[in-house]
Design a binder for this molecule. Structure first.
Ligand SMILES: Nc1ncnc2c1ncn2[C@@H]1O[C@H](COP(=O)(O)OP(=O)(O)OP(=O)(O)O)[C@@H](O)[C@H]1O
Ligand SMILES: [Zn+2]
Length: 746
């Protein structure tokens, strides 16, 4: 990806602040429309760029943001007046520029991007005022001898004399006086009622908490990052440290420096709901609850958070990718942890990669960005190589912990029993681990019981009616489920195709099936399964982490949700049950993704004072990904991977985009795809593949066709696609989605 490159050009004209009354302005509503619309400012109203305003739009009242001067494309006589300005801190110029940039980069309407920044409409309502009470005269004396002084009145006055303005409930609690007493004092003019802004729900961080003693390498890395933060200005630094090296502690230092200057900081995490351990460390380090921003946060909290980010009182934000689009008053640092994670790619609506957008946000806001990972993406490594990003390295684990040793188990020789997946070697190592009082983890990136159900009589396979996908058996629920659209059906006893009874057979393992095998093999152990099915929210994740920490679990079996971040000192053995699984797909990043995932999983082993071991079960021991993980040779792997990408002009050497044409009627989709295909651009450094049925050629009941566009780096990809699609008319029943820098090829 080339966010840094793409934004190095001057995309924006300077947009000096202006004040207008009785003039025309443009207002952007948070809707996927063409862009901002012109409005008149009524006489006497003062409006600034960035103000949140209420406007008439068609027959409705809408809210939008003043985007700038009027475009002047509408007859002034026809312009409508804005209704008014909302009581919300105006959206900062950097946020507006960022929205424009993301819109241009992702080829999404500006209003669709703005909608991500205005995702809590309620937050635009004025907050409920808070009332406090204080003495009208400092000494509290009344000049009017006619006023009756009852004991409760005296108590309230005495209390207020010694305290700052207080809320009614507090006064009542402290003095035992009733509400009527306070009301009476207000009526006679002894006590005054003040309306104050509601206090921020977020306390300022405590910057005096001593940091842990850092190792020499950590100290060096932290200093380097702190220097970048203190330098003030745009920079991107990769914090490249092996699993367990203490990257978190190191970037906490950079966060502290940014906070000291009074700025806001946002940390993006790929899966906050599962980050209970991380959050605890964060609280310990900064003494406060950060403002959390992810899909599980309730509506009332979202509203408070949005406003507190906008007024600057939320100093520390920890968010999922959408946290980048909050209307920061004064953002000073962005940290993207696990920057290689594909969870940062948003795949619907505005399709964007939060890591890349974070870099763009840093550039536009002239602030530092830190990308942390033990397995950086090739895109980021290429940017380091090219000198666009700086890097600091941590090559050793913290303390006495060492990186685990990785061994390959060839399942062709070391065979598990029939319909079993744990090899004799892995079984033996598991037994040894448990005998030593240690914990183990089995990793299999497949939810459910079995990925495919087959009729042994007629060969019928169970397929999703809405998607090109097999239904996955979830035996615990007695159901078959589609992992793409969520469709479920009861697991039948008879084959719907041939009527044969009890002939359905589960093919291949999922974690549930592995659990069955583990329980049979080690009946005396405490074994738990962890997948997104049973560890959905923050509570379930935190509880699981506690159980593992307290050693109430001997063996954990799980999918990728166990792969990253967790720190369990007594976990010493990790078994990767099917190391070949992720390599099969063959998409552009299959090898890279597999490498990253397995390295991260392996990184959970031996993080305390006992050394760890990782066993990779594979039928292809000579595969370069497997060999690279076993050898711990990341550089060698990346070198081969990069050179292959270079040969094919693939990212990070070339650029990619995808078009997904979809609709409910297959013939319409084919027709539209064919027309688009006919208008496809040609030229040096441009290659258009397709239209082809997408691997998921039916998804949620929509037929899908794909184009893949590869260009050399100097081609202006967005402009090219824009010109191309402008030439083709497609019916409104057919959707054309543009995915710049695609990560999913389904
Ligand atoms: N200087 C230090 N003093 C005390 N404890 C430390 C120090 N550095 C790291 N640790 C501890 O070591 C463990 C690993 O650190 P951390 O989780 O930050 O590593 P990481 O590099 O983020 O690993 P991963 O990439 O696997 O998530 C944590 O429990 C952390 O608290
Ligand atoms: Zn489906």
């Amino acid at each position: 990806m080339s966010a840094a490159k793409a934004i190095s050009g001057n995309l924006f004209d300077d947009d000096p602040a202006f004040q207008v009354t009785g003039e025309t302005i443009s207002v952007l509503p948070p809707l996927p429309l063409a862009g901002p619309y012109d409005y008149l400012v009524p006489e006497g109203l003062n409006v600034q760029p960035g103000d949140f305003v209420e406007i008439p739009l068609g027959r409705q009242t809408q809210r939008g943001v003043v985007w700038g001067k009027a475009k002047g494309d509408v007859d002034p006589a026809k312009l409508r007046e804005i209704y008014g300005v909302l009581q919300v801190p105006p959206m900062a110029e950097v946020t507006r520029k960022f929205i424009d940039w993301v819109s241009a980069y992702t080829m999404s309407p500006q209003g669709a991007v703005l909608r991500m920044a205005m995702s809590v409409p309620d937050a635009l309502e004025p907050p409920k005022p808070v009332f406090r009470f204080t003495l009208a005269q400092p000494n509290g004396e009344s000049t009017d001898p006619g006023i009756r002084m009852t004991p409760p009145r005296k108590r309230v006055m005495a209390f207020l004399r010694d305290h700052p303005p207080m809320e009614q409930a507090d006064i009542m609690r402290e003095t035992g006086a009733g509400a009527s007493v306070i009301k009476g004092l207000v009526e006679v003019g002894i006590v005054r009622r003040l309306m104050v802004a509601p206090p921020s729900p977020f306390n300022p961080p405590d910057l005096d908490i001593p940091r842990p003693h850092l190792s020499e390498a950590q100290e060096h890395a932290a200093n380097e990052l702190c220097r970048k933060v203190a330098d003030d200005g745009f920079s991107v630094t990769l914090l490249d440290g092996v699993t367990g090296s203490g990257k978190t502690e190191v970037y906490f230092e950079a966060i502290r420096i940014a906070l000291e200057t009074g700025k806001q900081v946002v940390v993006l995490l790929p899966e906050i709901a599962l980050s209970a351990q991380w959050l605890q460390r964060f609280r310990d380090r900064f003494g406060v609850e950060p403002a959390l921003w992810h899909s599980e946060v309730g509506q009332a909290r979202r509203r408070e958070t949005w406003r507190a980010v906008a007024d600057g009182s939320a100093r520390l934000v920890v968010g999922a990718r959408s946290g980048l689009f909050l209307p920061y008053a004064n953002l000073g640092l962005i940290v993207v942890d696990e920057e290689h994670e594909h969870a940062f790619k948003q795949e619907d609506g505005v399709i964007y990669h939060a890591r890349d957008m974070a870099v763009a946000r840093g550039h536009i806001g002239a602030i530092p960005v830190i990308l942390a990972s033990a397995t950086p993406s090739l895109e980021t490594l290429a940017n380091v190589e090219a000198g666009r990003y700086g890097t600091v390295e941590l090559s050793e684990r913290h303390g006495v912990a060492v990186l685990p040793s990785v061994e390959i188990v060839d399942i062709r020789q070391d065979r598990p029993e029939r319909q079993r997946w744990i090899t004799p070697t892995l079984k033996k190592r598991l037994a040894e681990t448990f005998a030593a009082g240690e914990q183990a983890m089995l990793f299999l990136n497949r939810r459910g019981y079995a990925p495919l159900t087959l009729c042994r009589t007629c060969g019928h396979r169970f397929q999703c009616p809405n998607c090109t996908a097999w239904l996955v058996e979830h035996r615990a629920w007695g159901k078959l489920q589609c992992h793409h659209c969520g469709y479920t059906a009861k697991t039948p006893d008879t084959c719907p195709a041939c009527g044969a009874e009890e002939k359905l057979s589960a093919c291949g393992p999922g974690v549930e099936r592995l659990y069955e095998e583990a329980v049979e093999t080690f009946p005396q152990l405490r074994i738990e399964v962890a997948t997104s099915d049973n560890i959905a929210g923050p509570k379930a994740a935190a509880a699981l982490i506690d159980r593992v920490h307290n050693h109430e679990v001997d063996l954990l079996i799980g999918t990728q949700i166990l792969a990253k971040g967790y720190h369990f000192p007594m976990l010493t053995l990790v078994g990767v049950v099917d190391a070949d699984l992720g390599l099969a797909g063959g998409d552009l990043r299959a090898a890279e993704r597999s490498y990253q995932l397995m390295t991260q999983v392996a990184g959970r082993a031996g993080r305390g004072d006992r050394p760890g071991t990782v066993l990779l079960q594979t039928a292809d021991p000579s595969n370069r990904v497997i060999k690279a993980i076993a050898a711990g040779d990341r550089d060698a792997f990346n070198e081969v991977e990069l050179s292959q990408r270079l040969t094919h002009g693939m990212p990070p050497h070339g650029r990619l985009a995808a078009l997904i044409i979809s609709g409910k009627k297959e013939n319409e989709v084919d027709e539209a795809a064919w027309r688009i295909g006919r208008a496809a651009p040609r030229g040096d450094g441009i290659m258009v593949l397709g239209p082809a049925p997408a691997p998921l050629s039916l998804l949620r009941g929509r037929y899908r066709r794909r184009f893949l566009i590869r260009t050399d780096k100097q081609v202006r990809l967005q402009a090219m696609i824009h010109d191309w699609l402008a030439k083709v008319k497609t019916p409104s029943s057919v959707r054309v989605q543009i995915d710049i820098d695609p990560y999913s090829f389904m």
